[in-house]
Design a protein around this ligand. Sequence first.
Ligand code: 0A1
Ligand code: ZN
Length: 853
Amino acid sequence: MKDAAPQAAAETVYLKDYTPFGWQIADVHLTFRLSPTATRVLARIHFAPNPGAPKQDFFLHGEELRLIRAAIDGTEVTPEITDKGLTCAVPDGPFLWEAEVEIAPEANTALEGLYMSNGMYCTQCEAEGFRKITYYPDRPDVMAIFTVRIESDLPVLLSNGNPGDRGAGFAEWHDPWRKPAYLFALVAGDLVAHPDRFRTRSGKDVDLNIWVRPGDEGKCAFGMEALKKSMRWDEEEYGREYDLDVFNIVAVDDFNMGAMENKGLNIFNSSCVLASPETSTDGNFERIEAIIAHEYFHNWTGNRITCRDWFQLCLKEGLTVFRDQQFTADMRSAPVKRIDDVIMLRARQFPEDQGPLAHPVRPESFQEINNFYTATVYEKGAEVIGMLRTLVGAEAYAKALDLYFDRHDGDAATIEDWLRVFEEATGRDLSQFKRWYSQAGTPRVQVDEDWTDGTYSLTVRQHTPPTPGQPDKAPQVIPLAVGLLGPNGDEVVPTRVLEVTEAEQRFEFTGLGARPVPSLNRGFSAPIVLERETSRAERAFLLAHDTDPFNRWDASRELARDSLFEMITKDAAPDGDWLDGLQRLVADTTLDPAYRALMLSGPSQSELAQMLHTRGVTPDPDAIWSAAERLAQATAERFADMLPALAREASVSAAYAPDAEQSGKRALGSAVLSMQTRLDGGYAAEAQFAAADNMTQQLSALTQLIRADRAKAALAAFYEQWQGDRLVMDKWFGLQVGAAAPARAADIAAELTGHDLFDWKNPNRFRAVLGGLAMNHAGFHRADGAGYRLLADWLIRLDDLNPQTAARMCSAFQTWTRYDADRQDLMRAELQRIADKPNLSRDMGEMVGRILS
Ligand code: 0A1
Ligand code: ZN
């Protein structure tokens, strides 16, 4: 029989079905008696009827709990229990609920709820993990004051809020702020603190700590500085102060995501907080700074104002990503940050929006909410806020935000609440703008120009292709930032924002002496695909003259894409004119080295596959790979004479610092080394590898040696040096697969899964190897299906242990219909094999179902 036993159909939850919970909670008292196999959790909760809610049965979520005892107002009760929770008859008025349950944190491999990592207890409750800790209305609109007592012999016992009593074998915590259960956290372990202190602008002292395993103390200083900068920035830019006596961060090795904003007790994947020059790259430092800021900013956008239900996830995530992007732009280079963000958006969100997993920024239904922590909710959610700010202006944005914080502090809010503060602060009608939250898909925008009698006009047409469940789309509000350049390259019309609201609309510019060249969607003012027939000459002109750094970069990127298109489809030679323009730009020493390094990084191979698909050509991963290789070789040869001067410019003589200036130089240095390696076969890379005193340079040298197939000794030396450092070993595992020649990537990945240090239960290590494979475009898509098979084998295996991480990694298959019939057959078969797995999780069932639909 081909199709295995059908899985029980998972329940679908709909936004339209939202109903408030029938009770309110005054306070929650929790006592934890910690034990790896039999932790007891005692809960005392005061419930009172919620006058605003319809009548309903009393239902508490609860999964994988062993109920020892339950009582209402002191009298024992026997609730009805299912695998989802319990129901129980309750009094009409207020009552005290008491329950004692037993759980086994050591057996919790899903890393949701209370679990153990290296002997330390920790929790992850977003989105629906608290129901694995005790019976509770585990939904974000039920908020309560929590008091927690932890009983354990472990030296460090932490929970949310401010510390209370502590003594031998126990500690108490009290959080004065009402919060939903998903923000609950507990940590217990043998940890050491990197302490510091912050004085808020109103003069309150806050104790700060980063808690880590003994041995990691030396990797906390950078994170602590990032935290203090974030606290100051949020005061200065958004007027938001911290609101507890302590702020704790804990690093944990086993974590499904990057980090979590639990009130006063942020828990971090250790890869997102621990940093040192020897073990972390410049990219790691920048990411850590951003994630620390992101979690800290959630204290206001997420915690003080939370979400009414999980459909509103973008309310906290889109806004918090937007805020962390602003922060990084302020701390580092704003143009470079914008380009990095758009590269990310195009690489991760566009494929989502243009494939079977497309969903609106505010989804309308789900089976498993964990599957909706997506690039669409996060990154497109942030773009939507950026557009809103562009449309209303910085001042009105600040006014609307003040109103939002004033009006909704303490609320579980909705997108409607969010848009209403903008409408009130600006007098604008945002009903059409709201479509950005409800319509999935990336709008396509065509622009045609006309030049008649001294009037220049742009005709803008928009349409959004159908997405699953949404065949027809209405026009959206698109803020299109436009500038015009004169024939000599001078800017004749500085940036102005055209508000495109119709399916077709015309904009006129008068008073121009000559036909201008337009620079469209400057700064990537809207997350759209511009469809415009442009000559190479015009793009080269923008590359040379555009005053908008984003569009200057994008012009180069477009030229590179076009050149690769011609190379792939017509076996053309690389575009020499583009290389000339690129050379002139990279030689311009007045430009930031980081920006020039970005100019030298070509489009990714999956981006090229997407481009070919959009232009009606079936992408051949091997042809894409070899064209990218030829272009890189041609670029290296073209730049050969410039390399020594660039290398001198890129060299840093001061002591290592992970700041924007030095890391920009090192990024340029890496680009130079990459070209150099294509010319000398790895000689310079070997020298750099031997001399490197920081991970950025060590790793960039190792990458080049792998690409040059000359890395055997370096890989062994790297292993020898770093085998004791789990975060560096993740790099060692990941790089060998990610940078491997396509023909060998799947075999190398398979071999590494047999390595002693391949701990597949650790999400970071699993992602390093299998995620590394998925990111090696031609390697993953090897024609014989070895890449698909290996990934599916491991996802099937991981599904029993950690469905959340397994399901997230399924998205490697989301673009399967782009490819040729043979590859499609191979991928469909693997997806079907996953779908047929007995006891497939709800997480994976939903993902595979959507990808195959
Ligand atoms: N809210 C966190 C991300 C996060 C989401 C879900 C998690 O488990 C399912 C864990 C963390 C953030 O945005 O940083
Ligand atoms: Zn977040």
